[in-house]
Ligand binder design. Structure first.
Ligand code: FAD
Ligand code: EPU
Length: 338
């Protein structure tokens, strides 16, 4: 366990913002976490994983507990399924690669999502037609007030699109220490119909894909359009894709017949925020040292500022532009820490 008095968080967030915290501690076990939570100084601490879904708008006045709990193992299995448990501090993509190496199927479409396992249930990570909730078995969590351990089922987590109970009723109430996934051992159910996964597999010359091929295709697609946070600070999609009533999308379609939209159910459509932002003129546009990415307009990019405030100011400008043009309010997907 490391402990410092004042720490710059620059290395601990993928935006590369130079915010600081008065107190920083890294925990490598549930027991160490429980001990820290008992200390008054850490009562209102920010829980941090890989920092790939946070924007530090300003310096923090509260402490930070970084979760580095390791370990991946199979805890139960039948002929067809295995339950894999991963510590909250495991790098998500390492877990995906471990599962593929062990021929366990279900999370290959979630390859290359940055961050750690413990944050995966917080926004129910998703990509290329799969969400964490599709394979989620349960999660081990610590109650921040009592220090008690509790198992959360999928129902308890109330997963939605980029959403869970941990972002709503249970915000800041629990720390995830392990996530357990139910994965297939054979007859893997490949999902290759989303976006250009199938097309990429064909380009790769793969006729009968396995889970490793799907992972490679997803990695290829992601590498093509998403900026690498090690080179350009970002936190992936900055906004959620808005879900609007069908009457509303019908109104917009009259004016913008080419507007992409995806049916959610009989009543709602999802509209890609990237399209709205591009049409509002922000794609690839730099304002000082910030801007929306030139290959993916939904990604807010840090071109060299250390200030979280200027990134948030640009995000608000984009929100205003989209609201003005389309009458749609974009909602940040990234967690604003202010
Ligand atoms: P952090 O940023 O450290 O934390 C995120 C939130 O979770 C914070 O509110 C934090 O307090 C809380 N938290 C973290 N750990 C715990 C814990 N153990 N217990 C309780 N609360 C905790 N996301 C997707 O869903 N799909 C994508 O395709 C995707 N692509 C991305 C691409 C890029 C280039 C980047 C930079 C990000 C992308 N993201 C994507 C967003 C991000 O990778 C995920 O949200 C990821 O789960 C965040 O993990 P983290 O460990 O970095 O969390
Ligand atoms: N589009 C544009 N211009 C752009 C970007 C997108 O017009 O600059 C339109 C296109 O019509 C495109 C559509 O938006 O077909 C969808 O774009 P894309 O496939 O890139 O996906 P997305 O909806 O922008 C979502 C997730 C990503 C996830 C991908 C793949 C959200 C908020 N974002 O992006 O997740 O990786 O789908 O499944 O749901 C993240 O959460 O950080 C993230 C990167």
């Amino acid at each position: 366990m490391k402990k410092n008095d004042k720490v710059s968080l620059e290395e601990f967030n993928t935006f590369g913002v130079a915010a600081s915290t008065p107190l920083f501690v890294e925990v490598t076990s549930s027991l160490a976490l429980q001990e820290k939570l008992k200390e008054d100084a850490f009562k209102d601490a920010l829980i941090l994983g890989g920092g790939s879904n946070v924007l530090f708008v300003e310096n923090l006045s509260r402490p930070v507990i970084k979760i580095s709990i390791p370990g991946i193992r199979i805890i139960n299995e039948s002929e067809h399924m295995a339950i894999v448990s991963a510590g909250a501090g495991v790098v998500w993509h390492d877990l995906v690669m471990w599962c593929i190496a062990n021929d366990l199927g279900g999370i290959e479409n979630l390859s290359l999502i940055p961050g750690l396992v413990g944050a995966a249930p917080i926004q129910n990570i998703g990509a290329y037609g799969v969400e964490l909730s599709d394979v989620f078995y349960d999660a081990v969590c610590i109650n921040r007030k009592t220090g008690e351990s509790r198992i959360f089922s999928a129902k308890d987590c109330a997963f939605g699109y980029r959403d869970s109970a941990f972002k709503n009723d249970l915000k800041d109430a629990y720390v995830v220490t392990a996530v357990r996934l139910a994965l297939t051992k054979k007859n893997h159910r490949l999902k290759i119909d989303y976006g250009n996964v199938k097309e990429t597999l064909t380009q790769m010359g793969v006729k009968k894909p396995n889970i490793g091929d799907v992972a490679k295709a997803v990695v290829q697609i992601r590498t093509r359009k998403l900026p690498d946070p090690k080179k350009l600070g970002n936190a992936g999609s900055f906004f959620k894709n808005p879900i609007v009533a069908q009457g509303e999308s019908a109104r917009l379609l009259q004016k913008y017949p080419n507007m992409p939209h995806y049916k959610i159910d009989g009543a709602f459509d999802k509209i890609p925020a990237g399209w709205l932002i591009e049409q509002a003129g922000f794609k690839g546009l730099k304002k000082g040292k910030v801007g929306m990415h030139d290959k993916q307009a939904l990604v807010l990019v840090n071109y060299g500022t250390s200030s979280g405030k200027s990134l948030w100011a640009h995000a608000k400008l984009v929100m205003e532009g989209v609201e003005k043009k389309f009458g749609i309010s974009l909602e940040p997907e990234v967690n604003l820490i202010q």
